[in-house]
Design a protein around this ligand. Structure first.
Ligand SMILES: Cc1cc2nc3c(=O)[nH]c(=O)nc-3n(C[C@H](O)[C@H](O)[C@H](O)COP(=O)(O)OP(=O)(O)OC[C@H]3O[C@@H](n4cnc5c(N)ncnc54)[C@H](O)[C@@H]3O)c2cc1C
Length: 614
């Protein structure tokens, strides 16, 4: 992703601020229109979590709109899971994807930086010329306020943030490994608002986990500008009990760094020595948002309409992702993805002279607290009087390997949701892959309201991950029962309880009907053949209700289980067996009685069998 012309030192610097590239481009002279518009055009600035999603989903909503995506990086590197690179659990390559999948949707990719925006002329300056647009979506993420920490601007080669995944992540991991045992690692957290509220605390877990295992005499000092842990506080406190090497200090804002003496100074004048450091600087919207005067009076974040994501300053310019402010939502990848989709539908609606659908976003942030366990926070919202309002926030009950599996499932689904096809995740062939053939999805009843669900359930409800069920082609009555049971707490799920409440407010009938109408694609997740063979015999006991081929019986509210991912089926069987799913539900007594004596290995087999059915 780095140009061979740039040295590593220079690249670390440029990727740190985003300003370097902008400054170079802005000096160039304007040579005129580069690629005149053939039809109505949307330009998207920034191919990260918000922008790449928006580009794809404008094409899905209305394939007659031309979409041009401007992104200087040749490859997409995921910030989510990048803390695992520091602890050595993941290689950066496993978080790096090409943009080629977006071409399948007809998105025109330009590997370039938007140098300036001219909202009155409706054009974006690129290199020597400009590109015209009808509507613009700006998703530049964050940049850093280096001048708020004395000495930082001049020390960017060595004092790293690693807050944009890429070369800095790899280099910080190297610095951590190079630190002597017995050394002090200092991690500093900026005041809110910053990208990813739980991100620094997840990073603390990963660094502490690594030090505990590899450098047991070392210490991790955390200097947090905020008075307390900003997100999932109780769950992180619990996790940190396993890491006595953490020395957490709240209300310790760092104002100065001196790489020569390896020392930081806090606002209170206290000096702290380090052997290795990760300084996460205060943040604001990406430089282009400031240049284009999209930021509010604070000069940091862009205020937007909660339904259309239009900038309150320039109505033909929309802003999504971390760069926004005003909505009561975290700066997260899930949120940027949701905003990208909702904004895409708003843009396509407005360009067709229709009102934008009123759809609230969703949020889920998973955090890895060790090499194998994760926690989650989930937020559901509604639109009230044109504003986004939170309906509920829920935390996972405790850290677990189950939530780690859900995290993996989420990542796999959402990367594909953003980029189209990514390595290791098969593309759903059908409605999604050929937008032009499918026609404007915006015309499909329920499409706009169901659009946020694809972050986990896959495009059109065809989950590609092992942990998340396929909801395409589900009988609407069973779908509604599932939503009711999650909302009432009969079915326990940290993710689905809030979202079920959100779905009920939005209108469950319309959403159930939308998913029921989607063609179902069986799970592509590999199934153990031997296990599936063994499971066939066991499944004889299930056929009475679920049918000979696991096709279900809609009249009796028995769901289709053929082709669901094995991991999901197995987990549900465990919940039934332990009387944790829908306790006391009369029609389920017989199934639970059958499952009760079964060993876990048998559950694996029967899950594999049903997953293998086509
Ligand atoms: C360590 C870490 C862990 C995280 N973990 C999670 C997690 O587990 N779950 C979660 O939901 N979120 C997580 N996040 C947050 C998530 O990464 C961000 O919220 C998300 O990336 C925001 O998306 P965005 O589109 O606003 O910005 P980005 O994804 O940063 O995309 C912005 C893009 O715009 C491009 N750009 C900028 N300026 C220009 C310009 N002038 N012209 C053209 N292109 C431009 C940039 O190159 C970049 O590709 C984490 C973040 C970090 C740092």
């Amino acid at each position: 992703m780095t140009s061979p012309l740039l040295s590593r030192r220079h690249f670390l610097k440029v990727s740190g601020t985003g300003l370097g590239a902008l400054a170079v481009a802005a000096c160039a002279s304007t040579k005129g229109e580069i690629d005149p518009k053939a039809s109505r055009r949307v330009i998207v600035v920034g191919g990260g979590w918000g922008g790449a999603t928006a580009a794809k989903y404008v094409r899905l909503a209305d394939p007659s709109i031309e979409v041009v995506l401007l992104e200087p990086n040749g490859r997409f590197v995921s910030c989510p899971f990048s803390n695992l690179v520091l602890s050595g659990q993941r290689a950066i390559g496993s978080l790096t994807f090409g943009y080629g999948g977006l071409r399948e949707y007809g998105v025109k990719l330009r590997q370039e930086t938007a140098a300036a925006i001219e909202p009155d002329a409706r054009r974006v300056r690129v290199g020597d010329g400009y590109l015209g647009y009808d509507r613009l979506i700006v998703a530049p993420g964050v940049d850093f306020l280096l001048d708020q920490v004395e000495g930082l601007a001049g020390a960017q080669d060595t004092v790293l943030h690693a807050w944009k995944a890429g070369p800095q992540t790899v280099e910080l991991g190297r610095q951590l490994r190079a630190m002597p045992d017995g050394g002090v690692f200092v991690l500093t957290i900026p005041p809110v608002a910053y990208r990813c509220p739980p991100g620094p605390y997840e990073r603390i877990c990963q660094v502490a986990w690594y030090l505990k295992a590899q450098k047991p005499k070392s210490k991790l000092i955390v200097l947090d500008a905020n008075p307390n842990i900003v997100s999932k506080a109780a769950l992180f406190r619990e996790a940190w009990k396993a890491y006595p090497n953490i020395d957490y200090r709240g209300s310790n804002k760092v104002v100065k760094v001196d790489p020569a003496t390896r020392e930081v100074t806090t606002e209170l004048g206290e000096r702290v020595k380090y052997d290795a450091i990760n300084l996460i600087p205060p943040q604001r919207a990406g430089a282009i948002a400031v240049q284009a005067d999209l930021v509010a009076a604070d000069k940091r974040w862009c205020e937007v309409d909660h339904v259309t994501y239009e900038s309150v300053k320039h109505r033909t310019v929309h802003v999504v992702g971390d760069a926004t402010t005003g909505l009561p939502v975290p700066k997260s990848g899930t949120m940027a993805n949701a905003m990208g989709k909702i904004c895409a539908n708003a843009v396509a609606s407005l360009m067709n002279g229709r009102p934008a659908p009123e759809v609230p976003p969703v949020n889920t942030c998973y955090s890895w607290v060790s090499d194998r366990e994760a926690i989650a926070v989930v937020n559901a919202y509604k639109i009230d009087g044109g504003k986004v309002v939170q309906v509920e926030q829920k935390l996972s009950p405790a850290q677990s390997t189950l939530y780690a599996r859900h995290a993996e499932g989420w990542a796999k689904s959402i990367w594909a949701d953003i980029l189209g096809a990514v390595a290791g995740v098969l593309l759903v062939v059908g409605v999604a892959a050929t937008p032009a053939a499918a026609g404007p999805l915006l015309d499909k009843p329920g499409y706009a309201k169901a659009v946020t669900c694809s972050a986990c359930h896959g495009t059109a409800g065809n989950s590609r991950s092992d942990a998340v069920p396929i909801v395409a082609g589900v009988d609407p009555a069973y779908f509604k029962k599932a939503i009711e049971d999650y909302a009432s707490g009969k079915r326990l799920s940290a993710e689905m309880e809030p979202f079920a409440k959100q779905v009920k407010i939005l209108g469950v009938d319309e959403i159930a009907a939308y998913f029921a109408a989607q063609p179902r694609e069986p799970t592509p997740v590999h199934v153990d053949r031997g296990a599936a063979e063994r499971g066939r015999a066991v499944a004889a006991q299930c056929a009475n209700c679920h049918g000979a081929e696991g096709q279900g019986d809609p009249a009796k509210l028995v769901p289709r289980i053929a082709g669901q991912p094995a991991g999901y089926i197995r987990n549900q069987l465990m919940l039934f067996k332990a009387e944790k799913r829908s306790p006391g539900d009369e029609p389920l007594t017989k199934m639970k009685a059958i499952l009760k004596p079964m060993l876990e290995g048998t559950l694996d087999d029967v899950a594999a069998y049903y997953a293998s059915l086509r």
